[in-house]
Design a protein around this ligand. Sequence first.
Ligand code: GLY
Length: 391
Amino acid sequence: MMTKDALAAYPPFGKDEAERALANAVRLVGENLDDFRGCFPAANSENNFYPKSYNTDWTEGFWTGEVWLAYERTSDGKFKDAALTQVESFLDRIEKKINVDHHDMGFLYTPSCVAAYKLTGSETGKKAALAAADNLLTRFHEKGQFFQAWGDMGAKDNYRLIIDCLMNMPLLFWASDVTGDPIYAEKAKSHILTATNYIVRPDDSTYHTYFFDPETGKGVRGVTNQGNRDGSAWARGQAWGIYGSALAYERLGDERYADIFVRVTDYFIEHLPDDLVPYWDFDFDTGSGEPRDSSAGVIAVCGMLEMAKNLPREQSDYYEGAAKRILKAISDTCAVKSRDCSNGLLLHGTYSKKTPTNQCRNGGVDECNAWGDYFYMEALTRLVSDWEKYW
Ligand code: GLY
C-alpha cells in the first residue's frame, strides 16, 4: 500500500524538468504533423507506432488537442493551421453522423472544437461542438436519469452508464454557456448525480459500468467492460472518476463531488505500485508482471492538478505534490524521447486487456494510446503554466 509518507519520499517533477519534457513533446508533435495530414493517428499504436486512421473512432479529438496544446506553447501558426483543418473534419463528421451513435461526444469535440472556439473564436469549431452536444442529448434516459454509453438506445443489454462519461459532461456545460439554453447543463447535472451515486463502491473503488432497469430506472448491477473483473478497480476507470469528479466540483460547487474526488483519488494513490506507474487494473501490484496503463496515471494527474485549485491549502498541497510525483515517475519511465522508438508521446498504456471475466476485445496492450499522449501533454502544460482548460 502506498501511504502518504511513502509517497512523500518520491521526488516531485520540478518546473524546469516539466518545461523540458513539454518542449520535447511539442517537438515530437511537430515532427509527426506531416504524417497525419488528412488523417489521424489510430486509437493506439502497434509496436509503438500509430497507424494512420480516419475520423471514425472515439479518440481523434486527442490528436487535435495535442496540436492545440503545441500551438498554445509556441504560438506557431503551423499548429494552428493544422488544428483548424482537423476541426473541419469534425464538423463534417457530425453533419454526416459518421459513427456518432454513442456518448463520446465530449472526448471527440472538447479538445478539438471547443478548444478551437476558445483559442481562436472558430465558428466552425463552435458549430461542430454544439451539434455534438445536441447529438449527446439524444442519449439521455429519463428513466434512470443518465446518458447511455453504447449500443441501440433503450436496448436492455446496453441500458447502462459508464464512469468514463463524466468527461463528456463539460461539453454540455459549455453548450449551455454559449447558447444560454439550460437544458444541456441540466441533463449533465442529472447524469453526474446518477453516475456518482452508483459507481463509487463503499471501499472507494469504482465500477466501470452500471446497468439500470429500463422499466423502473432503478440501478441493477455494476459490471466491468475493460477491468479485470466486475468487482475490481480498472485503473483508467478510477482515473476518469478522479478527473470527472474534479470537473464536476469545479462546475457545480457541490461538496458531494469534493468528497467523491478525495475518496476515489486516495484509493488510486494507495493502490499505486512501488514505481508509481499504475498497472492496468488495481488487482495487480508491484512485481505482478502485468502491463501498465500510463494513461491512467496522467489522467489522474490532470484531475489532481485541477482539483488542487479548488481545495483548502493543506489538501491542495497534498494532491498537487502527489500529481508532481506521479507525473515525474511516468515521464521518467514512459516518455518518448525520439521518433526512432515511437511516433507517440507516452509508452506503456493499455487500451483493453481481455481476461476470462471481462467483455472487451484485446487491443493496445503495452502501447501508446491517443488519450495517454494528450493527457500527458495537458498535465505538463498544467504544471508549467496557468492553463485555461478546454474541458
Ligand atoms: N473511454 C474509453 C476508454 O477509456 O477506454
